[in-house]
Ligand binder design. Structure first.
Ligand code: GDP
Ligand code: IMO
Ligand code: MG
Length: 427
């Protein structure tokens, strides 16, 4: 059996969708295990471009089984829309399975997401995607969440919806928000339930059977290690665990099911939403990177914040996830820059440190320690091997490998599936 995890090492949008789609060629099953439609994963091949939010990026491989695992939070309306989007793109031949233990996002979760942000002072706003992610995971932890298995049973769904609205409507009234009627949500959402019902299964059983049959399973992380509820830059994080450690809990497989962990990093760093970002800069170079890297959110369209590559962040991701390979993405975006900076450590109160302080107040005081490397001007978008790269690009990749202590497994020189160079086979 093979179990390969694709995990974001930074603050999301590293190119996980592209690598998942690429590795999925050799996988029997592809599993999204956490998060919801806060994610936006872009896949490009044969002059077509797709943005996926809930459906695993293995969906274009017709022989594979694509699974939405129990750790996910699923907006049924968004899921139905995404299925329609695939149909419109002539993607009809696929095999999709949805966990009966995943949780359902309903309209009031989205209102609550906005309300909690609204009530915070500006410097404390998380800058969420406003997709209802936090409030749905809160319901799960509070043991009032509605799971897919209940959602597709009209009696159970209506009963739980009644209980939850009884509670949340009191809150909405208090804050002057519109109250929901049970019938209003029930009538609309029971139609979505009918549409997703054929896909619903006990995916824990299905995955364990696949494991017993020696299948190759690819786990697609959403978000990134720095957005992890436990290991990220709390409180400016998401509400799930996007790390490799999240896989067993969020799929029903045992921890021994993971054989390799592929960390995905950009050749620089981006972040959307609020929170500290040590290597962030905003000047002409940042604008150039934002433009050539098309650094605008796949889900919200927000311009992404730009920074140099931070290897303190990457080493943190290596420790937390046990990375066995690294994919360096968007290397082509750095073409034409005279010099490149790499952050090798932080200065905190005049002490050099190699870790991310737990308290955001200390993290805010960290100053980057940089190493500067020469850039390159050659077009690298058609490069098909490491040897073909300009000397300075090779040097840059080598330095990343040295500073992280993780093997360079893939580098990527463009958004298309074909613009991917493999140095170490992981799947
Ligand atoms: P994800 O959330 O980690 O799947 O990443 P996103 O899809 O949100 O963002 C990554 C963006 O970079 C997408 O627009 C990809 O099409 C694009 N991309 C991925 N790899 C490369 C690359 O090597 N070069 C360039 N120029 N774009 C890339
Ligand atoms: P993918 O899978 C980048 C960020 C939001 C916000 C914080 C919390 O495409 O890499 P949430 O809506 O989850 O409560 O927002 O997390 N965020 C992402 N940033 N890529 C993502 O997903 C993200 N998902 C959430 O911007 O700062
Ligand atoms: Mg994304």
């Amino acid at each position: 059996m093979k179990g390969v995890v694709v995990v974001g090492t930074q603050w999301g949008d590293e190119g996980k969708g592209k690598i998942t789609d690429f590795l999925a060629e050799k996988a029997d099953l592809i599993v999204r295990f956490q998060g919801g439609n806060n994610a936006g994963h872009t896949i490009q091949f044969n002059n077509k471009k797709f943005a996926l939010h809930l459906i695993p990026s293995g969906i274009f491989r017709k022989d594979a089984v694509n699974v939405l695992g129990n750790g996910m939070v699923i907006n049924p309306k968004a899921l139905v829309e995404e299925l329609e989007m695939l149909q419109e793109g002539a993607v009809n031949d696929f095999n999709l399975v949805i966990s009966n233990r995943a949780h359902i996002i309903l309209p009031y979760h989205i209102v609550l997401d906005g309300l909690f942000e609204e009530l915070k002072e500006d410097s404390k706003k998380v800058g969420t995607t406003k997709k209802g992610i936090g409030p749905t995971y809160t319901d799960k932890a509070s043991r009032i969440g509605i799971r897919v298995g209940e959602f597709i049973d009209e009696t159970l769904f209506k009963d739980k919806l009644k209980d939850n609205l009884n509670y949340y409507n009191k809150l909405f009234k208090l804050f002057g928000k519109k109250e929901y009627s049970v019938e209003e949500i029930f009538e609309e959402y029971k139609e979505f339930a009918k549409k997703i019902k054929p896909f619903v299964k006990d995916t824990g059983l299905l995955l364990n059977k696949a494991k017993d049959n020696n299948k190759k399973i690819l786990f697609e992380g959403a978000q990134g290690t720095q957005l992890c509820l436990d290991h990220g830059t709390y409180p400016f994080v998401t509400s799930s665990s996007p790390t490799a450690a999240g896989v067993p809990l969020n799929t029903g497989l045992s921890p021994q099911s993971i054989t390799d962990v592929m960390g995905i990093t950009k050749a620089y760093t981006t972040r959307v939403g609020s929170g500290n970002f040590v290597t962030e800069f905003e000047d002409e170079t940042a604008t150039k990177i934002r433009t050539s890297g098309n650094e605008f959110g796949t889900t919200t369209g927000r311009p992404r914040r730009i920074g140099w590559l931070d290897t303190v962040v990457l080493r943190h991701a290596k420790r937390v996830n046990g990375l066995t390979g690294l994919s360096v993405m968007l290397l082509d975006v750095l073409t034409g820059l005279e010099e490149l900076k790499i952050c090798i450590a932080y200065k905190l109160d005049n002490k050099t440190i190699d870790y991310i302080p737990a308290n955001i107040s200390d993290y805010k005081k960290c100053v980057p320690v940089y190493e500067t490397m020469p850039g390159w001007n050659e077009d690298i978008t058609n490069v098909t091997s490491y040897e073909e790269l300009p000397k300075n690009a090779k040097q840059y990749l080598k330095r990343i490998e040295q500073l992280t202590g993780v093997d360079l497994a893939i580098f990527s020189v463009g958004p298309d599936r074909t613009q991917t160079v493999v140095l170490k086979n992981m799947m």
